[in-house]
Write a protein that binds this ligand. Structure first.
Ligand code: CP
Length: 303
């Protein structure tokens, strides 16, 4: 593959190659080797049309740790505010010699369009409500490191599935890797297409928690909540929030995940987010390693 646009494009062998490459790179980092010469002379452009903390910074850190040159583009303050199109923006970056373009965009499908306009590799860093494949890869990597393997593991993904590119990418990737996924959400926050997704759906969090190896909480995306019916924050938290009492219903060795950013006190209680069984901080660190593996494999460097 020249691009990474959807988790659906990854075979099990592709996904395992990325996870195993990340494992190698983590071992190199653990030996206090901070920087590899692998992508010297290559240019990675981070093209962000939507806000981001974790993804933008971790792609930049990943590219720099592989010695690539990095150009950070943020739509705010650029000629996009003067009406410049995605295509013209892409062609401008292409003229600057981008070997890889990492794109986050509010429109589902934007990375797919971009791939037709640039010669370099396109990496989807989150497009609308569609996909966020490197998030799913870093989540799978984090689960594998904590639990040992993914085959037959029961993963429960809870919350605003309707607006979640993280949920879709995770469902697709985890199914490919042999895990069993259950989505739990209020009926109004489940996409109509969910019947075609390789997962189960439940509306009763309390009955699913005791059977879960992983509970992944999703952020309630207030900024995308336009037309969807949303219960009050209090009602949502009471029925779907992971508080101390619900946390106690999980098996003792089950882990809690959240892609961030979190609404503490709403979908997840602070004491649960900060517990030793939470992988939230690990997920951020693993994000750099996974993105190094993706850039390394797409740009064909040599370890
Ligand atoms: N998880 C995630 O994509 O976070 P950011 O929006 O901060 O990049």
């Amino acid at each position: 593959n020249r691009h990474l646009i959807s988790a659906a494009d990854l075979t099990k062998d592709d996904a395992l190659l990325i996870l195993d490459t990340a494992e190698e790179l983590a071992r190199v980092s653990e030996r206090s080797i901070k920087k590899l010469p692998t992508l010297r002379g290559r240019t990675v452009v981070n093209l962000f049309f939507e806000d981001s903390t974790r993804t933008r910074i971790s792609f930049e850190a990943a590219a720099k740790r592989l010695s690539a040159d990095v150009i950070n583009f943020s739509a705010k303050g650029s000629s996009v505010s003067k009406g410049e199109s995605l295509k013209d923006t892409a062609l401008t970056l292409e003229a600057m010699g981008a070997d890889a373009v990492v794109i986050r965009h509010g429109a589902s499908g934007a990375p797919h369009r971009l791939a037709n306009w640039v010669r370099g590799s396109v990496v989807n860093a989150g497009d609308g409500t569609h996909e966020h494949p490197t998030q799913a890869l870093l989540d799978a990597f984090s689960m594998r490191r904590r639990l040992g393997g993914l085959e037959g593991r029961k993963v429960t993904i809870v919350g605003d599935v309707l607006h979640s590119r993280v949920a879709r990418s995770n469902v697709l990737l985890l199914a490919t890797l042999g895990a069993e996924v259950t989505l739990v959400a209020p009926p109004t926050l489940v996409p109509v297409s969910v019947g075609t997704w390789p997962c189960e759906v439940s509306y009763d969090l309390d009955s699913v928690l005791p059977k879960s190896d992983v509970v992944m909480m999703l952020r309630v995306q207030k900024e995308r909540m336009n037309a969807a019916y949303f219960p009050s924050e209090r009602e949502y938290s009471r029925r779907y929030g992971l508080d101390r009492d619900r946390f106690a219903k999980m098996p003792d060795d089950a882990i809690v995940m959240h892609p961030g950013p979190m609404n503490r006190g709403m979908e997840i209680a602070a004491e649960v987010a900060d517990s030793p069984r939470s992988t939230i901080v690990e997920q951020v660190a693993n994000g750099v390693t996974i993105r190094m593996a993706v850039l390394y494999l797409l740009l064909g460097g040599e370890i």
